[in-house]
Structure formats: structure tokens, C-alpha cells
Design a protein around this ligand. Sequence first.
Ligand code: T6T
Length: 360
Amino acid sequence: MRKTPIRGAAFVGVVGLASLAMFGAGAGASTEPPGTEPEGTEAEGTEAEGTETEGTAAELTFPDDLDLNLTFVQGVIGDEFYISMECGVQDAAEEIGGISLDVQGPDAFDATLQNPILDSVIASAPDAILVAPNDVEASAEPLQRAQDEGIEVILVDTVVNDESIGASRIASDNFGGGVAAADSLAELIGGEGTVMVVNVNPGISTTDLRQQGFEEQIATYPDIEYIGTEFSNNEPARAAEIVTATLAAHPDLSGIFATNLFSAQGSATGLVQAGVQGDVQIVGFDAGPAQVEQLEAGDVQALVMQKPYDIGYQGVQQAVLAVLGEEVTPEIQTGFVVATADNMDDPEVNQWFYKANCDE
Ligand code: T6T
């Protein structure tokens, strides 16, 4: 029998903003790495029901004689979020042993590109598919078909609306992340001003939830005007254009919440192009290498970092359990860490920066 640990899955809030108190409330357990708490922060929260969290770490036991095929279908290739997830997938597969792993993904975050990949993966009849579906509706049919054909489907990061799909769903608390982003941005702009969201595309479960969380929370600030959301199509250049055009129409723009890696990276570039970096505050989701550079340069003020490695690692564990007919955990929520210029040199924080390849 082989054992692999269930990795931590709690909110870990480390941010130089007093709003951290809100971060994770009602959404996930909060823990703080010892000795890393900047002044004026706290991270108490309540644990979400039915989720694995830090503190419940346990070891799973797997047979020595496994022989199974697992395919990981990324949301999009070349995205350091999914690359980091792949590192977790690879490590778990290696540690459990007896798993033949295949990794694929579309060139863009687009169900019309991802579905044909799913079709060919299904035709190859793996024992399990780990997948970040591109669209809450359009991705459902092939995944339902996979399940009907006896393939175990584990949803990692994004989900589909049909709750019968996915033996296990493993993701960040995306709504809670949007709430936290709203509080952070509100604090950065001193509780007043004009803010916008730069999102990816409608129909992506994760980023839809981040937008919703942000919208609900920002509405609680009476002196902040929310002028709405624009969609980048996951293209940094489009995000930059959105920002420069918005600045032309709203020269008083004071803050931006950008809901994922490419939207955030492009939004920050847009501010630099307009020469207002540091004047307009940005809270971005994710922490790819270029985003980390922007944080260091002061072009971005806070990054809500997810734990893609953990999502991938636990995804493999759940996939194997499902294939073996063992009890799976239907929903697992992984945590966040918020990086700022003040805490980014702390190893408890920068260990969560995303990887451009697994050898780093
Ligand atoms: O933010 C992640 C992921 O969680 C989301 O579903 C899609 O965008 C990313 O991959 C970042 O680019």
C-alpha cells in the first residue's frame, strides 16, 4: 500500500491590508503562517461545510499494484496556473505510482477548442479525466458522455452547471476571492472612488463567481461607484485596450479588479501605457511570473494567489479513489494567499507564486 498526504486546503491570508479580516469569512478556514503576519492583519474565518481544510490533513492509502490511465485536460495551455496544477498532478501520479499520465489542453480558453480534445480523449478510454471545463454549459455534453462510458470525471478549477457531472470538484472559493478582492480594492482607494472589473468571458464558472463576489461586496461601500465589467477574452492586449479606453471615458477611475492572470497582466500593462500605474490601484487574481514582476514594480497592488498545485495533486487522489470505487470527497476547496509588495519576499508567501515549468 502507498500513502499520499491530503494537502492543505485552507484560506491562508497574508496581506498588508486591514481588509484581510474579511478575507475568507464565511468561505473557508483561515490560518496564518507563523511569524508572517504583517501588522494590522488577521485572518479568522469560518470553515465552509463539506470541504477539506488544513487541520484535517490525513493520509490516503493506495494499492501498490495500480495500473491506470489518467488524462489531465487543462483549461488552456501555456497558462502558469495550469502549469502549476500540472506539477501537482505529476507529483501525485508519481507518488501514488502505477499511473500513466497524459496532459492536453486547448490553445485558447474556448469550449469549441476544448471539446474536440475531450472527444478524442474519451475515444482513447482512459480510466479517469481530470478537467478544467471551458464553459459551464457547452462543456457538459462531452463530460456527460465520458461518465456514461464509465470514465471517472474529476473537475479541477472550473465546473459545469450540471451537478451530476464530476465525481469530485476541486477549486478555490472563487466567490470568496471576489469578496476579498473588493475589500482589498476598497481599502487601497480609501473607501471612495470609481472602480471596474476586467473579466475573461461570461460562462466560466470561476471568473463568473469572482465577479459576483466582487459586485456584491463592492455594493456595500456607499462611496464607491462600480461602473461595470468588461471582458478581455483572456487576452492581455484586449485587457490593456479596455483599460486605456475606460480611462479615456472615466479619467477619475481609481481601481480595477482583474479576475484572472491574463486579464490582470493586461490591465496593469494598460495602466503603464496610460502612464497612470500606481495612481489607479489594481487587485488581480493569480500570480504568474509576469504578474509577480508587475507587483514588484508597483504596477499592481495585490495578487490573490490560488493553490493550483494543490488542486492538481488532490485531483489525482480523488481520481484514483473514484476509479477504485472508494469513497471520494465530492467537493474540496483550496485556499488563497494574497501577495502584496510588503509581503512578497516572505517565503511563506512567495512559495505560492506560479511556476512556468515544473523544474523550477
Ligand atoms: O484564474 C485561473 C483559473 O482559476 C481560471 O479558471 C481561468 O484563468 C486562470 O487559469 C488564470 O489564467
